[in-house]
Design a protein around this ligand. Sequence first.
Ligand code: FPP
Length: 282
Amino acid sequence: MSQTITHKTTHGPAPESLGPVTSEEAKLLEKLDLTRLPRHVAVIMDGNGRWAQKRHLPRIAGHRSGTQSARTTIETCARLKIEALTLYAFSVENWRRPKTEIDFLMQLLREYLKKEMPLLQKNEIRMRFLGRIDELPAGVQKDVREAMEKTAGNKGMVLCVALNYGGRAEIVDAMNAILADRNGHGAPDKVTEEQLSQHLYTEGLPDPDLLIRTSGEMRVSNFLLWQIAYAEIFVTETLWPDFNRARLLEALVEFQKRERRYGGIREGESSSDENPARAAGH
Ligand code: FPP
C-alpha cells in the first residue's frame, strides 16, 4: 500500500523527496525529525550468507540480493540529505573466503558501479573508497577510480564503500603517511588526534554518528575503529538482504531517541551526582 506523506517540516529535506511510501514507512516518518538526522551513517551489511542458507540458495545469491538493500539504503540516505554513508563491502579479513566467493563479490561490485551510475549521478552522489585499494585486482581498481572521477563534481551525499578495509590497517596507514610527510623534516614530534584524523581514509568527513549492523552480531569487526568512538550503535536481527527502507527509517528513529553526551553530563544534571559512572557520562 502506498500513500503520500503529510509530515510537515520547516527545515531539512522535504519528505516528498522519498516519493511514495508504504503505510509502515509513513508512520516511521511521522516519528522522525528530519532536522536531526545523523550526519554520517555507517553500515556493517551482515547476514547475506544466512539469508541464502535459509532459502537453500548458494551464498552468492545472498550477496546479489544484498545489492538491492545497498541500493535502497544509498538512495534513501541521499534523498534525506544525509551527508555521508559508508558501507562495509569487503574487509581485509574477507580474503580468507573461498576464491569463488571473493571473485563473485568483486564482480558484483564492478557490475553495481556500472549499472547504478545513472542513479548515483541523478542523486548527486560523490563516491569514495576506503581501504587498501592498490591491493585489489587491476580491473576493480580501474572501475573504482572511474567511479570516483565520474562523480567527483557531485554536490550531494558522499558514498564511501569500504573495500579491502581494516580499521587497524587504516590507523597504521595513517601513521605511516604522517611519518612519510615528516621525512626530511627531522624527527617527528608528537602526533595529535587531529593530525591522525586528517590522515585516515575518511579525511574531511564527519565521524559516523550512527553505526548500523544487521543480522544480530554484537561486534564492530575492525570497522572504522577510530571514527566510531562516539557513534550510536544500532544492531538489528534483520539480515542484510531483508534490510529495506522501513528498517532504515526505524534505525534513524531509534538514533533520535538516544541521548548523546560525548562523555559530558545531561543538561541540568549536577556533576556531584551520587552515581559516579552516570556522572562520568559513559
Ligand atoms: C556479509 O554477509 C556481507 C558481505 C561480506 C558482502 C557485502 C557485499 C554486498 C552486499 C555486495 C555489494 C556491495 C555494494 C556496496 C554494492 P556474510 O556473507 O558475512 O553473511 P553471513 O554472516 O550470514 O555468512
